[in-house]
Design a binder for this molecule. Structure first.
Ligand code: HEC
Ligand code: HEC
Ligand code: HEC
Ligand code: HEC
Ligand code: HEC
Ligand code: HEC
Ligand code: HEC
Ligand code: HEC
Length: 612
C-alpha cells in the first residue's frame, strides 16, 4: 500500500507539463467507471462457456477486492454508525441504497458525501467517497475490521510511527490502489483535481490473469471452433498461466504481488493514460522495474525511485534483502533456490480455481487459494521426495510435531501486513547469524519463545553443523523473544505480539509466562502493535473477557493494563517454566521486574513504517 506515496512522488518528479489526460466531465456517480476497451470484454462474457471457472472466481477475494458500494458489497449491513477520532465525529447513514458519510473537512466545515466504492472483503474493508468533482476518490478515515467486527481508524491500521494525521488521501485510489486492485486500471489524471479514471473491471477479474479476451470469445463463438481447436487447427488466443514456463507463469501474479516501479518514463505515461502495457504471458521485466534489494542497486530507475522515497528499502526489506511485507510474494520467490535452481512457481502450491475433485467448500478454498494438501509437507515433498522417509532425521522433531513441518522452518511468519504475521515466501533456513545481522526472528526462536539465541545456535551446530556465531552475555542468557519484545524495534515487536498468540509456539514454549509481555505491548507506542498484542492476550486463560481498546486515551489504556496485570496475578501463579530464568522469572515464579524494566528502557524507538 506504500506504493501510493511513490506514485505521487514520481508524478511530481515528472512535472505538470508531461502529465497527459483529457478534460474529465463531472460524472453523475462521481467515481471511476468500467469502460471496456483494449480488447477487454469482462467476466460476464466468459460465464456462459466457463461456468465452473466463473463460480470459483466469483467466490474469491480477488473478485471482491474493489466493488461499487452497493448493499451487497458491504462487509456488514450498515444503517448508521457514529465514529469518533481526535475529537471529531464521523457519521455514516444509509439513505435508500447508498451510504452517506457526514464528516469534518479542513476548510469546508462539515461535508456530506456518498460512499461509492469499497476496497477489500477478507480482513478489512475500506470506503471511498466521491470528492464531488470528476472521478477522484477520497478515503473515509475508518476501516471495518471484519474478523474483529469493529471500526478502526485508518491511520491505526498500518504499522507506522504514531501520528495525529487524519487524511482522506484525495486521489490516491485513482493513482495507486487501482494498480493492483482492478483489472486494467487507467488513472487518466489531467491535474490533481481532474481525474477521469477508468478500469476494465473493478476487482481482479479473468482478464487480469488470462489477458484480454475479445479475440478468444470471438473465435470460440464461431460454430465448429471447438472441433477445430481439438484437431489442432485453431489457436485459443487466451493465456492459461498453468501452461506457461514457471517464470512467466509467476509473473502473471507478480504484476501485482511484487515490489516494482515503472521501467521508464514512457511506461509511466503509458500507464497514466492506458494502464500498464504488460499482458499475461509477456516478460514482466520488459515493462516494469522489479525492485530487488541487491541486484537493483545503482540502476538509474532505482536511483530515481529512492530519490522520491529515500527510506523505501527499509519499509519493505530486511537488511539482507528478504521481503518483510506481505502481498509481495513474487519478490520473495525470485530470491528462492527452488525457483532459481528449480521450476517453482506460485502454481506449485496455489490453485486459482477450485479443482473439481477438491472436496473443500468454496469458502475454505478461497482463504489462501491453495491446492488440496498444499498447506502440509506435501508442498515441499512434491519436489523434495527424499525427505519423506528421513523426516525426523532432518527435522530432529517427531513426525506430526509442528517442529517437523517444512513450512515452519523454511517459510516462517516473518512477513508483516494486515495486522498479522504472514509466511515469508522466500524459502530460507533458520540461522542465528541472520537474526544477529537483520533483527529478523529465526524460525526456531519464533516457535521456542522461551529459549535463547545460544540454545538455538547450539542445536543448529549439533544437528546441522552450522558454526555457532559469537553472542553477547545477554543473548546467551535471555530468551530471544524477550529481547525482541522489550528492546526490539516496532517491526520486531509486532512479530512477537503475533507469535505470543501462535498456537504451535505456545505448545513449544508453554504460555504461563507470556501475559506480562503481552500486557507490556498493550502500552506500545505503535497502534498496530497494541492491536495485535490484545488479540493474542485474549487467547490466554483468564483473559477471554478482558476489555481493552487499543485506540482509547492513554489514561484508559493504562487503567486497562493494571486490570490485566491483576488478572494475571490471580490466574497465573504457576509461571515457572523449565527455562524460567531466560524469560526473567526467579526460582519462585516471580517476574524479575528490574531486569524487565532495564531491557524495556533500551527499546529501539527508531521510527519504522512498513509499506504494506
Ligand atoms: C463461446 C464460448 C467461450 C467463451 C465466451 C469463452 N471461452 Fe474460454 N474456452 C472456450 C473453449 C471451447 C475452450 C477450449 C476447450 C477447453 O479446454 O475447455 C476455452 C479455453 C479457455 C482457457 C484455457 C486455455 C488453455 O490453453 O488451456 C482459458 C484460460 C479461457 N478459455 C478463458 C476464457 C476467458 C477469460 C473468457 C472470457 C473473457 C472466455 N474464456 C470466454 C470457450 C469459450
Ligand atoms: C503493488 C500492488 C498493490 C498496491 C499498489 C496496493 N495494494 Fe492493497 N493489496 C495488494 C495485495 C497483493 C494484497 C493481498 C495481501 C495479502 O493477502 O497478504 C492487498 C491487500 C489489501 C487489503 C486487504 C484486503 C482484504 O480483503 O482484507 C487492503 C485493505 C488494501 N490492500 C488496501 C490498499 C489500498 C488502500 C491501496 C492504495 C492506497 C493499496 N492497497 C495498494 C497489493 C497492492
Ligand atoms: C487471479 C488470477 C485468475 C483469475 C482472476 C482468473 N483465473 Fe482462470 N486460471 C488462472 C490460473 C492460474 C489457472 C490455471 C489453473 C488454476 O490455477 O486453477 C486458470 C485456469 C483457467 C481455465 C482453464 C481450465 C482450468 O480450470 O484449469 C479457464 C477456462 C479459466 N481459468 C477461466 C477463467 C475465467 C472465466 C475467469 C473469470 C470468471 C478466470 N479464469 C479468472 C488464474 C486466474
Ligand atoms: C491484478 C492484480 C492481481 C493479480 C494479477 C493477482 N493477484 Fe492475488 N491478490 C491481489 C490482491 C489485491 C489481493 C487481496 C485480495 C483480498 O484478500 O481481498 C490478492 C490476494 C491473493 C491471495 C490471498 C487470498 C486471500 O484473501 O486469502 C492469494 C493466495 C493470491 N492473491 C494469489 C495470487 C496468484 C497465485 C496469482 C497469479 C496466478 C495472483 N494472485 C494474481 C492482486 C492480484
Ligand atoms: C511452497 C508453496 C507456496 C508457493 C510456491 C507460493 N505460496 Fe503463497 N502461500 C502458501 C501457503 C502455505 C500460504 C498460507 C500461509 C499461512 O497459512 O499463513 C500462502 C499464502 C499466500 C497469500 C496470502 C497471505 C495472507 O495470509 O494474507 C498470498 C497473497 C500468496 N500466498 C501469494 C503467493 C504468490 C503470488 C506466489 C507466487 C509468487 C505464492 N504465493 C507462492 C504457499 C505457497
Ligand atoms: C517446484 C519444485 C520445488 C518445490 C515445490 C520446492 N522446492 Fe526446494 N528446491 C527445489 C530445487 C530444484 C532446489 C535446488 C536443488 C536442491 O537443493 O535440491 C531446491 C532447493 C531448496 C533448498 C536449498 C536452497 C538453497 O538456496 O540452497 C531448500 C532449503 C528447499 N529447497 C526447501 C524447500 C521447502 C521447505 C519447500 C516447501 C515449502 C520446497 N523447497 C519446495 C525445488 C522445489
Ligand atoms: C526444525 C527445522 C526444520 C524443518 C522442520 C525442516 N527443515 Fe529443512 N533445513 C533446516 C535447516 C536448519 C537447514 C539448513 C542446514 C544447513 O545449513 O546445512 C535445512 C536445509 C534444508 C535443505 C537444503 C539442504 C539439504 O539438506 O538438501 C532442504 C532441501 C530442506 N531443508 C528441505 C526440507 C523439507 C522438504 C522439509 C520438510 C519435509 C524440511 N526441510 C523441514 C531445518 C528444517
Ligand atoms: C513451529 C514450532 C517449532 C519450530 C519452528 C521448531 N520447534 Fe523445536 N520443538 C517444537 C515442539 C512443539 C517441541 C516439543 C516436542 C515435539 O513436539 O517434537 C520441540 C522440541 C524441540 C527440542 C527438544 C525439547 C527441548 O525443549 O529441548 C529441541 C532441542 C528443539 N525443539 C529445537 C529446535 C530447533 C533448533 C529449531 C530450529 C531449527 C526448532 N526446534 C524449531 C516446536 C518447534
Amino acid at each position: 500500500m506504500g506504493t501510493i506515496r511513490i506514485t505521487l512522488a514520481l508524478l511530481s518528479l515528472l512535472g505538470p507539463t508531461t502529465v497527459l489526460g483529457r478534460e474529465a466531465p463531472v460524472q453523475e456517480q462521481g467515481r471511476p467507471v468500467q469502460v471496456l476497451d483494449y480488447g477487454y470484454v469482462s467476466s460476464e462474457e466468459c460465464r456462459s462457456c466457463h461456468p465452473q471457472n466463473h463460480a470459483s472466481w466469483h467466490a474469491s477475494y480477488h473478485r471482491t477486492m474493489t466493488q461499487v458500494a452497493t448493499p451487497e458489497a458491504l462487509a456488514i449491513p450498515i444503517e448508521k454508525a457514529d465514529l469518533k477520532l481526535e475529537g471529531q465525529t464521523y457519521r455514516l447513514r444509509r439513505e435508500g441504497d447508498w451510504l452517506w458519510a457526514d464528516m469534518p473537512h479542513p476548510s469546508m466545515g462539515r461535508i456530506k458525501r456518498r460512499i461509492v466504492l469499497t476496497t477489500g472483503s477478507h480482513h478489512f474493508q475500506m470506503y471511498w467517497f466521491s470528492s464531488g468533482s470528476t472521478r477522484k476518490l477520497e478515503l473515509f478515515p475508518f476501516v471495518y475490521a471484519i474478523q474483529e467486527g469493529r471500526w478502526i481508524p485508518e491511520k491505526s491500521t498500518f504499522l507506522m510511527p504514531p501520528s495525529p494525521r487524519i487524511s482522506t488521501q484525495p486521489g490516491r485510489w485513482n493513482q495507486a490502489c487501482l494498480q493492483c486492485h482492478t483489472t486494467l486500471g487507467r488513472p487518466r489524471v489531467a491535474t490533481q483535481d481532474n481525474m477521469d479514471t477508468q478500469v476494465a473491471e473493478f476487482g481482479i477479474a479473468c482478464e487480469a490473469c488470462h489477458g484480454p479476451g475479445a479475440r478468444h470469445v470471438q473465435v470460440m463463438s464461431r460454430p465448429g471452433s471447438l472441433e477445430a481447436y481439438r484437431s489442432g487447427k485453431l489457436e485459443l488466443d487466451i493465456v492459461n498461466p498453468a501452461k506457461l514456463p514457471h517464470d512467466r507463469s509467476s509473473q502473471v501474479c507478480g504484476q501485482c504481488h511484487s515490489v516494482f516501479t515503472f521501467g521508464d518514463r514512457q511506461e509511466l505515461v503509458q500507464w497514466l493514460n492506458h494502464g500498464f502495457s504488460y499482458r499475461p504471458g509477456q516478460d514482466l521485466n520488459a515493462s516494469r522495474f522489479l525492485i530487488r534489494y541487491q541486484q537493483s542497486r545503482g540502476a538509474p530507475q532505482m536511483e530515481a525511485f529512492l530519490k522520491a522515497q529515500p527510506r523505501f528499502l527499509e519499509s519493505v526489506f530486511w537488511s539482507d534483502g528478504m521481503v518483510r511485507t506481505a502481498g509481495r510474494e513474487y519478490s520473495g520467490l525470485l530470491e528462492s533456490g527452488c525457483y532459481q535452481m528449480g521450476q517453482m512457481s506460485c502454481l506449485s502450491c496455489h490453485r486459482l480455481h477450485k479443482a473439481p475433485e477438491d472436496p473443500r467448500p468454496l469458502k475454505s478454498w478461497a482463504n489462501d487459494q491453495l491446492q488440496p494438501r498444499m498447506d502440509t509437507n506435501q508442498a515441499c515433498l512434491q519436489c523434495h521426495p527424499a525427505f519423506e522417509s528421513r523426516l525426523e532425521e532432518h527435522t530432529h522433531h517427531r513426525p506430526g510435531s509442528p517442529g517437523s513441518e517444512c513450512y515452519n522452518c523454511h517459510m516462517p511468519h516473518t512477513s508483516y501486513a494486515l495486522l498479522k504475521a504472514i509466511r515469508s515466501h522466500q524459502i530460507n533456513s533458520p540461522t542465528v547469524a541472520a537474526s544477529l545481522k537483520t533483527g529478523r526472528p529465526n524460525a526456531c526462536n519464533q516457535c521456542h519463545l522461551d529459549k535463547t539465541l545460544a540454545w538455538t545456535a547450539q542445536n543448529l551446530q549439533k544437528w546441522y553443523g552450522v558454526p555457532k556465531p559469537k553472542l553477547s552475555r545477554e543473548q546467551e542468557t535471555v530468551a530471544a523473544s524477550v529481547l525482541w519484545t522489550l528492546k526490539g524495534d516496532a517491526g520486531q515487536r509486532a512479530l512477537m505480539a503475533w507469535s505470543l498468540g501462535w498456537e504451535p509456539a505456545k505448545v513449544a514454549s508453554g504460555s504461563g509466562w507470556m501475559a506480562p509481555y503481552l500486557v507490556q505491548l498493550l502500552e506500545d507506542p505503535y497502534d498496530a502493535v497494541r492491536f495485535i498484542a490484545y488479540r493474542s492476550l485474549r487467547q490466554l486463560p483468564g483473559f477471554s473477557d478482558f476489555q481493552y481498546d487499543y485506540v482509547d486515551s492513554p489514561q484508559r489504556r493504562a487503567q486497562a493494563r493494571l486490570k490485566a496485570l491483576e488478572i494475571w496475578r490471580r490466574t497465573g501463579r504457576q509461571h515457572r517454566t523449565a527455562n524460567g530464568s531466560a524469560v526473567l522469572f526467579d526460582g519462585r515464579g516471580n517476574l524479575r521486574q528490574k531486569v524487565f524494566d532495564r531491557l524495556l528502557s533500551q527499546r529501539n524507538d527508531y521510527p519504522l513504517g512498513l509499506a504494506e
